[in-house]
Ligand binder design. Structure first.
Ligand code: V47
Ligand code: SF4
Length: 381
């Protein structure tokens, strides 16, 4: 607190009044969020974000044990930033894949059964429809009823439900009855219509994304939210994006965490746009933590930003590092992420968190603590 007040002495009048609000636990406005992006230097934002982070999540840094399954990279949509998808006509090319339901089930069965979550997200494939996936969920639950299934972005859901001619409420009810437990945050990108038109014009709209999450929340299905940043969007667009999420969260309280996703520029139609710096990544985590006062957790997705930045982010508002993750996730390795084979054993993740001075806490998908490693011997993991 004293650090914050000392730094305040040197800050502009605007920044000082924003900091006072944050320290008093008050919500900042969209205009104030933009001022933070425009004027807040790294140390100032870090101190404020850390204040909020520690108030909400103490000294814990959460992680879980999960696997990612990417059923296919064939996709009916053509997002300009996407490095990993291939058009349907590229079916059969060496760098495209379609997993069978048996292969996906085997991926779950053959993995070490200490995992508590399976995350299933992929391209939007017309043959993998609502009933195909409902059956897959059922098979996974027959094998392991307690395994949490976090699956399908709003983009996949919107397409599946439209094809099956069911309402969002009906579609979610069907998937929930077959085993869906929660929804990942992908597909949000940037909500502003003009930006969306330029980077992903053919997939679900902002209104559809928000309606799908709201419908899920109303059925007791929690979800995450993402924001793809660091391309052609402005600070105003980022704040507008977070403001819409914050407003929905006021109503439903269904978002577990917010995950800023850094745009990576390898092998996609937006490769001519440079990537933002690590400093901007940290500033962005910090502003997210300060602005999203009603979302409990901020996640740094380490396979995307790399282990060192993930470690640094723990001083800039982040309290969750996702999971141990197997090496099958390709969304980021194909987009140029540092880590081409993202996987970390639990002891490595625990070490990484401890080195940053935080207490590692293994969680389930809904952030119940399964084990905190404050007093645990790593050898026994
Ligand atoms: O919506 C695609 C992003 C998302 C690129 O909910 C890219 O726990 C950067 O949402 N550069 C899908 N990002 C993945 C996703 C996710 C990941 C981890 C955890 C969770 C969760 C959700 O990946 C897409 C898009 O925003 N993406 N291409 C790229 N070149
Ligand atoms: Fe398809 Fe998703 Fe890639 Fe867009 S981001 S092209 S919806 S896989």
């Amino acid at each position: 607190m004293n650090n914050i007040l000392n730094t305040l002495e040197k800050s502009s009048r605007h920044l000082r009044s924003i900091a006072e609000k944050v320290v008093d636990g008050k919500r900042i406005s969209a205009g104030e969020g933009i001022i933070l992006y425009e004027e807040g230097e790294l140390g100032f934002l870090g101190m404020l974000a850390n204040h909020v982070r520690e108030k909400k999540n103490k000294n814990y840094t959460y992680f879980n044990r999960n696997i990612h399954i990417e059923p296919t990279n064939l996709c009916v949509f053509d997002c300009k930033f996407c490095s990993y998808s291939r058009l349907l006509k590229q079916k059969g090319d060496a760098d495209s894949w379609e997993m069978t339901a048996e292969q996906m089930l085997a991926a779950v069965k053959n993995h070490d059964q200490t995992i508590t979550e399976v995350h299933i997200v992929g391209g939007v494939h017309p043959k993998m429809d609502l009933y195909y996936f409902a059956d897959l969920l059922k098979q996974i639950k027959i094998f392991r009823p307690d395994l949490h299934i976090k699956a399908f972005t709003a983009v996949e859901l919107e397409y599946m439900f439209r094809k099956a001619k069911v309402s969002y409420a009906e579609g979610i009810k069907i998937l929930k009855a077959h085993g869906l437990d929660s929804i990942p945050g992908g597909g949000a990108e940037i909500f502003d219509a003009e930006i969306r038109k330029q980077i992903c014009e053919d997939k679900c709209t902002t209104e559809q994304w928000l309606e799908l999450h709201e419908t899920a929340h109303r059925q007791g299905i929690h979800s995450n939210a993402t924001m793809l940043y660091g391309h052609i969007e402005s600070f105003e667009h980022r704040i507008d994006h977070m403001d819409r999420l914050r407003n929905l969260q006021d109503i439903t309280k269904g978002f577990n965490c917010f995950i800023p996703l850094k745009f990576r520029n390898s092998n996609n139609q937006m490769s001519h746009f440079p990537e933002v710096s690590v400093i901007e990544d940290l500033r962005n985590y910090a502003v997210s933590r300060i602005f999203m006062d009603n979302i409990p957790h901020i996640k740094a997705y380490w396979p995307m930003i790399g282990k060192s930045t993930a470690q640094l982010s723990l001083q800039f508002g982040v309290d969750d590092l996702d999971g141990t993750i197997n090496d099958s996730t390709k969304i980021y390795s194909m987009a140029g992420a540092e880590d081409q084979n993202p996987s970390m054993r639990t002891d490595q993740l625990v070490d990484l968190i401890k080195q940053a001075g935080r207490i590692p806490a293994e969680r389930d998908t809904l952030y119940n603590i399964i084990c905190d490693y404050k007093n645990h011997d790593l050898v026994s993991l």
